[in-house]
Design a protein around this ligand. Structure first.
Ligand code: SAM
Length: 246
């Protein structure tokens, strides 16, 4: 039976508390470093914690060694960003640190490697006055298995998924993503019973998707409101949920 355990506290401390090589997938939709404040929507939302560029960069860099430590060989790390927008390059050090060896071929050392990127086409463009952003990107890193590859159970998936962005009301997180988009990532990279971790979960979209796939799930967020909303969301679905403070 899948268990959901949610923590209120710092995501890096949560990652540090997890034993080495126990996690199949880490989903990480942290702050992009753009000081996002959803005030153009019907419901005004405050800014996202740690969303200054330097803070977001530090969070991603601090996550890197911990994710490398806790992933099982073959395990995946998904990191969301919006590469087309300025200030979203807090993820750049991760790509540099995980680019494959000199030949570009896969190697079998148990390091974190950059595999590629999945683009979410949000169908309609957003606000702004130059290029109005219509996409977000999810970087895919993995810890090589004995063949130097990630665990992947499908072979026919596109690297672009088109799906309209969420309508943000009272109940949604300011940066919430549709479950269908997250399922595109977790479905081919998890197996029933494996452990999925989201240390910056917001309102728990990835927690829900992982639970629906039959995974054990650990989620966390620095905002108590996010932890409470995720707990309610999963309990409503019938999940067994435990909430703890870090
Ligand atoms: C982009 S939002 C996540 C949205 C989420 N994927 C969803 O669909 O609802 C980023 C989240 O990271 C959280 N966060 C920021 N800094 C954090 C930290 N140091 N530890 C844990 N959570 C953090 C924020 O509170 C926010 O909920």
């Amino acid at each position: 039976m899948s268990q959901v355990t949610l923590y209120h506290g710092d995501g890096i401390s949560l990652l540090k508390s997890i034993p080495a090589e126990t996690v199949q997938v880490v989903h990480f939709d942290g702050p992009y470093g753009m000081e996002f404040r959803s005030n153009r929507r019907a419901t005004r939302k405050g800014s996202i914690a740690n969303d200054r560029h330097a803070q977001a960069r530090e969070l991603h860099c601090n996550a890197f060694p911990e994710v490398k430590r806790i992933l099982l060989p073959g395990g995946s790390w998904f990191v969301w960003t919006q590469l087309a927008a300025r200030n979203c390059w807090s993820v750049a050090p991760l790509i540099v640190a995980s680019t494959p060896n000199k030949t570009g071929r896969r190697d079998t050392e148990h390091e974190l490697q950059y595999e590629g990127m999945i683009t979410w086409n949000k169908v309609h463009w957003g606000t702004g006055w130059t290029w109005r952003r219509q996409s977000e990107q999810c970087l895919h890193f993995f810890k090589p298995d004995s063949n130097g590859a990630p665990t992947f159970t499908r072979s026919n998936l596109p690297d672009v998924i088109s799906y309209p962005r969420m309508t943000i009301g009272e109940d949604e997180h300011a940066a919430e993503k549709p479950t269908k988009v997250i399922n595109h990532l977790l479905n081919p990279t998890t197996e029933m019973g494996c452990l999925v971790v989201d240390p910056v979960m917001g309102h728990g979209v990835a927690v829900e998707v992982a639970w629906r796939l039959g995974c054990q799930v650990i989620g966390g967020d620095i905002e108590l409101e996010s932890v409470e909303t995720t707990a309610e969301r999963l309990t409503r679905l019938g999940a067994s949920v435990t909430v703890e403070a870090l």
